[in-house]
Design a protein around this ligand. Structure first.
Ligand code: PGA
Length: 251
């Protein structure tokens, strides 16, 4: 399994026409992009089905959201198997904006993850500590408890479809990035945790992405850090040229 991966997260941005232009620009540039990296983008839900069919085959499509439940009377929700039926490859689960702004609990995160693994939908599981937790040196404790809760019922076989994104909350959308050393330290911690919970093979084959103000000017250093396999990128994924530069940061 190729661990290198650059994943964009557009959040609530772009019209469908802007989204299509971005996809076209990526398609045109594809031949020039390094082959040793997987490419993913998490787009707004209304565009998922059409973009999944129109995109370049190398681009993996992700949903930013997924229901914690199956089919039923859950107005406004969409399930993991609906996403699979639309050609979607992955869902982001546990993003800090969902946790803080939309009240997603650890229990909801774990239920969403279960729905995805059952439906055969890949997961980008996000974890990260708040600034006050970092300031009191509790980052490892926080990440450990988020991973323990989210991955409690997951098997090493399920892990083949799970990517972990470490996103310190104090770095998301703030322009402030973790240093390469801080990222390496946490990524090594996460990989060790995966190895202890599952096995070494699983740990060595799981992509662990960094997220939080990652941009073309700092990506090379971050992606070269030990145990950092790429990035989950918000702001800098909106412009396809910047996104291509991020992908080229691996060469
Ligand atoms: P940012 O967002 O790159 O804009 O900081 C990262 C994320 O939320 O995934």
């Amino acid at each position: 399994m190729m661990r290198n991966l650059v994943a964009g997260n557009w959040k609530s941005n772009k019209s469908i026409n802007e989204a299509r232009n971005w996809m076209d620009e990526m398609g045109e540039a594809m031949d020039k992009l390094p082959k040793n990296v997987r490419i993913m983008v998490a787009v707004p839900a209304p565009y998922l089905a059409s973009l999944a069919h129109e995109k370049h085959p190398r681009i993996l499509i992700a949903s930013q959201q997924v229901s914690a439940n199956g089919h039923g009377a859950f107005t406004g929700e969409f399930t993991a198997d609906m996403l699979v039926s639309c050609g979607v490859d992955y869902a982001l689960v546990g993003h800090s904006e969902r946790r803080s702004d939309f009240g997603e609990t650890d229990e909801a995160v774990s239920n969403k993850l279960k729905q995805c693994t059952t439906a055969g939908l890949g997961v980008v599981l996000c974890c990260g500590e708040h600034l006050n937790e970092r300031d009191s040196e509790r980052q490892e404790e926080v990440i450990k408890s988020q991973l323990e809760s989210a991955l409690q019922d997951v098997t090493s076989d399920d892990m083949k479809n799970i990517i972990v994104a470490y996103e310190p909350i104090w770095a998301i959308g703030t322009g402030r990035t973790a240093t390469a050393d801080q990222a390496a330290e946490m990524h090594t911690f996460i990989r060790r945790w995966i190895s202890e919970k599952f096995d070494l093979y699983t740990a060595e084959n799981t992509s662990v992405l960094y997220g939080g103000s990652c941009k073309p000017s700092n990506a090379k250093e971050l992606f070269a850090s030990k145990d950092v396999d790429g990035g989950l990128i918000g702001g800098a994924s909106l412009n396809s040229g910047d996104f291509q530069s991020l992908i080229c940061s691996f060469t």
